[in-house]
Design a binder for this molecule. Structure first.
Ligand code: SAH
Ligand code: SF4
Ligand code: F3S
Length: 470
């Protein structure tokens, strides 16, 4: 199947570059450098988008701050996956009336997944009159033009039209210079899990061209990246929409073949299309980290079916078995939802027993949050928040016990870790990650940030390991 032309044309992107130059001229006429603050909520795709927002802002002459008071431009890059995250954003933009009063020229922009949700732009237009700009993920590449129009005409802009999504290549990105890097290989999602808002706000699955992914990977490596995460809502679908016959395993192989000392990770793979080929590729590619994040969401077959996940408990368990056969030391992490509409206590017990059976290294745990417009939000939900909280606490207790047992088994061993940052701890001033992605607080010299070291693991708890450099 030939895909529709979803790539933004060179001419359109060049026009944005021209506008970037115009804004840079406006800003360089000022006596002081204007500052921008990009605040990011949500997942790694949003982190990657924020790197592009910062890249465009930097090219337009902005410096950066984390102070809302100081900022000339505030961009809030939002997440819509759960209600709680949205409430926080509304709270935060409400508080910005004060900064805007003190600094009337301040430009406040709201973007990301929440901006794309029906009704949100209208609400902001009506009730948050100090917000100048609302734009969805599909028009991120037009940010320079929006900013230019606001600077030159002082009008409010709302751009959140529904779309299946586009691919805009060549947008400048600004990383924080660390060893960890994000690399988007595809965008969007076709799965429509019944609880999830992502497909509605991020459009359909679309893969970037492999040669552009490899070009970006080379740049990241040259820029000092040593831990590269390939991003997509479901990376196993990579390539299905391309004319070229290529899949996700092939992308791992091509990145693995690049020169350099770095690790390859990926987020997220959906169990319905994970399998032996992927596990074998990870086992055979020496740069592929021995870590798989494989969200299971629920352990009960009826719930998995109404969630529209396209696998059952047994199939999931078989996958885990196969992953461990190919990669015996694989670190397994997952996402789980507690309190899906109508989930009974017995069905929840199946989630607990699956966790016992798999023994994940760690879990991201969520209480179900109804998202308007998704099928699950229409399903009867007889259980109270309190009942769900009791289950949630029980699940956390179980996983915390497993995580702490798993971590304890590292004590006494020596692991090669990548030192990725500093902490505030005097005894353990370094933070680092094992190949499997476990956090190691490390004693050692600050100059080690950015390098691989052999760490002797001397202590552990539920959340982390503690080590010293050998
Ligand atoms: N594409 C990824 C998940 C992206 S969202 C995947 O399918 O694996 C990250 C996680 O948020 C999901 O795995 C799910 O556990 C959780 N989540 C999504 N929608 C939710 C909702 N409505 N309520 C609670 N948790 C939700
Ligand atoms: Fe949401 Fe499911 Fe798509 Fe993940 S695979 S983003 S949970 S719809
Ligand atoms: Fe949130 Fe959008 Fe990511 S909804 S989880 S920021 S794709």
């Amino acid at each position: 199947m030939k895909r529709k032309n979803i790539e933004i044309s060179r001419e359109e992107l060049d026009r944005q570059l021209e506008i970037i130059a115009r804004v840079r001229d406006i800003n360089s006429a000022r006596s002081d450098q204007p500052l921008a603050f990009v605040d990011t909520y949500g997942c790694q795709q949003n982190e990657a988008d924020s790197e592009k927002l910062r890249g465009m802002l930097s090219e337009m002459g902005y410096g950066f701050t984390r102070s809302e008071k100081e900022a000339d431009v505030i961009v809030i890059n939002t997440c819509a996956v759960r209600e709680h995250a949205e409430m926080r954003v509304f709270g935060n933009i409400g508080a910005l009336t004060h900064t805007k009063r003190a600094k009337p020229d301040q430009i406040i922009a709201l973007c990301g997944c929440m901006a794309q949700r029906p009704g949100v732009a209208e609400r902001v237009k009506r009730s948050f009159r100090h917000v100048d700009l609302v734009f969805g993920p599909h028009v991120l590449w037009q940010f320079p033009q929006f900013l230019y129009e606001i600077l030159s005409k002082r009008k409010r802009i709302f751009s959140t039209e529904d779309s299946d999504g586009v691919i805009a290549e060549g947008i400048p990105a600004l990383r924080d210079g660390g060893v960890k890097a994000w690399l988007s290989i595809m965008y969007g999602c076709n799965n429509f899990c019944s609880y999830c808002i992502v497909p509605y706000v991020r459009g359909r699955e679309r893969s970037r061209r492999p040669e552009l992914i490899i070009e970006d990977a080379k740049k990241l490596i040259a820029d000092g990246a040593k831990d590269i995460t390939l991003l997509g809502q479901n990376v196993n679908s990579y390539g299905k929409d391309l004319e070229e016959n290529i899949d996700f395993s092939e992308i791992i192989k091509r990145v693995n073949d690049l020169e350099g000392d770095f690790l390859i990770r990926f987020m997220t793979s959906h169990p319905k299309d994970a399998g032996d080929k992927l596990f074998e590729t990870i086992a055979n590619c020496e740069k592929a980290a021995h870590h798989i994040h494989l969200p299971f969401q629920a352990g009960n077959d009826r719930i998995l079916k109404v969630m529209n996940r396209h696998y059952n408990r047994e199939e999931y368990l078989r996958l885990i078995e196969s992953a461990r056969r190919y990669i015996p030391d694989v670190v397994l992490t997952s996402d789980v939802i507690v309190g899906f509409p109508g989930e009974t206590d017995e069905e929840f017990e199946d989630t607990l027993s699956l966790i016992e059976q798999v023994r994940f290294d760690s879990l991201f745990t969520f209480i179900y949050s109804p998202r308007p417009g998704t099928p699950a939000a229409e399903m009867p939900d007889p259980f109270t928040r309190e009942q769900k909280q009791v289950r949630f606490d029980k699940l956390l207790d179980l996983q915390n016990r497993i995580s702490s047992e798993k971590h304890a088994s590292y004590v006494g061993s020596t692991r090669r870790v990548l030192v990725d940052g500093l902490t505030n701890d005097e005894i353990y001033p370094l933070s680092s990650r094992t190949n499997g992605g476990r956090l190691v607080h490390l004693s050692g010299d600050k100059s080690l940030v950015g390098s691989y070291v052999d760490a002797e693991i001397i202590d552990s708890n539920t959340w982390a390991l503690y080590g010293k450099c050998r």
